[in-house]
Ligand binder design. Sequence first.
Ligand code: AMP
Ligand code: MG
Length: 410
Amino acid sequence: MNMKKPMLSVQEALDFLLQSARSVKERELVSTLDANGRVLAEDQISQINVPPMDNTQMDGYVVRAADCVSGNAVLRVSQRIPAGHIGQSLEAGTAARIFTGAFIPEGADAVVIQEQCKADATGEQVTIEHAPKSGEWIRRAGEDIQTGSVILQAGTRLRAQEQGLAASVGLAQLPVFRRLKVAVFFTGDELTMPGEPLKPGAIYNSNRFMLRGLLQQLGCDVTDLGNVPDTLDATRSALRNAAQGNDLIITSGGVSVGEEDHIKPAVEAEGSLNMWQIAMKPGKPLAFGEVHRESQHSTFFVGLPGNPVSSFVTFLLFVRPFIHALQGAQTITPKSYSMRADFSWSKADRRNEFLRVRINDAHGLDLFSNQSSGVLTSTVWGDGLVDNPPNQVIQPGDVVRFIPFNELLY
Ligand code: AMP
Ligand code: MG
C-alpha cells in the first residue's frame, strides 16, 4: 500500500511547534542597562508618578495666570529656578525665572515662554507680554505613568524603549528568563569555511553565518559545533554533544531522505523525530523532534533544509516563533500589509509561496528576478516576503500580503 502522507500547511506546522514548546523557567536579575533583548519574567509596576511633580516644558517665567490677564503685566522677579532645584512658593504679583524640567513652585499655575517676556536690564523686573491660560506649558505629575500602574508585562522582549521606560520609574534591575541555549551544526561534505580555499565540488558554508546571526539577534546563547561530515556516526555523535546542556539543537542540510541525508536516521536513533513535508516554497522539508540526554528533559531539535533561502525562510516562519515560546516571550504575530504587486507571477504553485520582493518608489512591490531557493542575493536585495496562497497567480496591480523582514527579525 502506498499511502503518501499529505503535506502540512504552514499554519498546521506552526501550531504543532508552538503546542510542543516548553518555556524556560529559570530567572535571573540583570541590570536594566544590560537587559537589551532579554525577556521579562514578571510584570513591572511603577512605584512613582512620572513626571514626579508638575514641571515646566520650556524656559521662561512661571507666574500666576490671574496676574497676567492684561497681556502686558509688569512683575517683580522673585527667584530663579533651574531644573533640579526647588523654588519658594510664588507670591501674588511676582514671577520666577524658570528652566525646562524645573518643578512648578506652589502658588504658580502657568509658564510664559521667554520669547514672550521682556526682562529689564537688572533682571529684577519682567514684562509678561502674553496672557497665559492656567496650566500653559506645564507637564502634569503622573501625565506619563501613574503610581501602581503596570508599565511592562511579563513576556515582553526588552528593546531600547522598554529599557528607557523601566529606568524612568527608577528600576535598576529587571527579572528576566535565563538565555535560551541553542546548539547548531551544519551537515554537508561540500561545506568549506570562508578563509579556506574552495576545493573542486566545495561551496562556502553560508548558513553558519546566517543562522548564527539570526540566533544572536534573538538573544540566544549559541554553541556552534561547526561542520559535521555526512555520515550516520558523525551525525549521531554531534547530536549527543549538542544535546548536553542545551535547550534546542538546530541543524542545516541533510533533511531529505537521500542516501547522503543522515539527519532522519540519526535523530530517530538518539531521540524521536517528525519529518514534515510542508506545503510551502521555498523550504518544503522540515524536521522536528527531540534528542534524549541523561538528565532532565530531552533537547528540542529542528532540522532546517540546506538551501540557504529555504533555511532563512523556514527559520523566520517557524524557528523564530518556536524560540520565542521557549524563551517565555509573548507570541508576536508579524504584521503584514496589503500592498500592490508591480509584477506578475504566473507559475501558480500548489504550495504556499514566499516570494522575495522589494518596495519601490511608487509604493508597490517589485519581485527579485531569481526566486530559486539557493539565491541568497534575493534576501539581501529584498525588503520582505509576499505570502502567496497556493494556486494563486499574481497580475500587476493585484493586492498581495507583504511581510517586511523587519517584522521577522527580532
Ligand atoms: P541538503 O539539504 O543537504 O540536500 O542541501 C541542499 C542544498 O543546500 C545543496 O545544494 C547544499 O550544497 C546546500 N547547502 C547545504 N548546507 C549548506 C550550508 N551550510 N551553506 C550553504 N549551502 C548549503
Ligand atoms: Mg547535504
